[in-house]
Design a protein around this ligand. Structure first.
Ligand SMILES: NC(=O)c1ccc[n+]([C@@H]2O[C@H](COP(=O)([O-])OP(=O)(O)OC[C@H]3O[C@@H](n4cnc5c(N)ncnc54)[C@H](OP(=O)(O)O)[C@@H]3O)[C@@H](O)[C@H]2O)c1
Length: 308
């Protein structure tokens, strides 16, 4: 496993993060096995959100931690808030809602503090002073150690920084070999056509410039939760390249797809959403080697992209 330095005390975080979004139907025993497997292969970072399984995913992890309090200090635990699922889904970055959400998260997880809290999806009605007050209270009370965002563009982060004193250390963004809108505009700068449209405001470059950790989510998915592209006949050219490189590096095609994420030269983490300990071990092997520049581009093109 490879690690990146994080936060004021340069804590070492694994480049692979175990995402807990899909575990709601697992038993406590199965979740414990997943966490144990993660730790055994050097994965020390765990991602959740208050809405996953409408709270059930955090409850399950909390039950594991209740049975095994020895695990807490080995784990860096992150959660996210700001999405409200009621009669319909909307976003809420008000001070009251952030504070209320964190209390719920800590209760479900049965822990005293979160290592990191992310604002899950942008709220157009965000008032940065509200977020600033919430973060200040959470940090001073010791309930949250570090802060970040998810799915935010550079201007949104600048707006937050106008009031928020704590560093925004993380941006969690969707990225996979088959989901690359964030890179496309960068390749087509100064060209005609839609591909040059800068929709996300150079968010990857912004995160690098500001030394933020980029946490890629849905690293094996195409579209917005449309399914896994590895072994999928809709992605024949991509799978041919993944298969060939898997043979070369002695790993599985999924491992190659995850190593493609980590090859981007920033503080990268791949958040993997497997519930299967065997697949988690495969993911952990993605940090054992570096794809060459040519291999990275070959995968990008085989996924159906073009370059000027
Ligand atoms: N910030 C956001 O807005 C946001 C949005 C979505 C997700 N997330 C975070 O990102 C995490 C990952 O998202 P995701 O679950 O969509 O990502 P993912 O890892 O791309 O997808 C997980 C799916 O792929 C399968 N899979 C994983 N590894 C595999 C392998 N080696 N071989 C075959 N199948 C494999 C899993 O099945 P098995 O269980 O059978 O392995 C599962 O069905 C979430 O848990 C969450 O923490 C964040």
């Amino acid at each position: 496993m490879k690690y990146i330095p994080f936060g004021q005390d340069d804590k070492e975080l694994s480049e692979i993060v175990l995402g807990m979004m899909r575990i709601k139907d697992k038993s406590v025993k199965e979740v414990e096995e997943l966490v144990e497997t993660a730790l055994s292969v050097g994965i020390n970072a765990f991602d959740s959100a208050d809405i996953y399984g409408r709270g059930r995913c955090e409850e399950l992890l909390g039950l594991v931690l209740k049975n095994r309090p020895d695990l807490r200090e080995k784990m860096w635990i992150q959660s996210k808030c700001g999405i409200r699922i009621e009669e319909f889904t909307y976003f809420d970055f008000s001070k009251e809602y952030i504070l209320q959400s964190v209390d719920g998260i800590l209760e479900r997880l049965q822990v005293d503090y979160l290592d990191s809290l992310l604002l899950h999806r942008p709220d157009a009605l965000m008032e940065s002073d509200q977020v600033a007050q919430a973060f200040e209270i959470l940090q001073k009370s010791g309930k949250v150690r570090d802060f970040g965002v998810s799915n935010q563009n550079p201007m949104m982060m600048e707006l937050l920084k106008k009031e928020v004193k704590q560093p925004l250390s993380i941006n969690q963004l969707q990225l996979s070999a088959a989901f690359t809108p964030g890179f496309e505009a960068g390749f087509h700068v100064n060209m005609e056509g839609n591909k040059a449209a800068l929709r996300d405001g150079s968010v990857f470059e912004y995160c690098k410039l500001n030394d933020m950790v980029i946490q890629a989510w849905s690293v094996l998915q195409f579209g917005y939760f449309k399914g896994n592209f590895v072994g999928n006949e809709k992605f024949q050219a991509l799978n041919q390249v993944l298969d060939r490189l898997a043979f070369k590096y002695g790993v599985t095609p999924s491992t190659i797809a995850i190593s493609w994420i980590l090859r981007y030269p920033a503080k990268m983490q791949a958040v993997v959403g497997t519930k299967n300990p065997k697949h988690l071990i495969e993911a952990s092997q993605a940090t054992n080697f570096n794809l060459t520049r040519k291999e990275w581009y070959e995968i990008y093109i085989a996924a159906g992209n073009d370059l000027p």
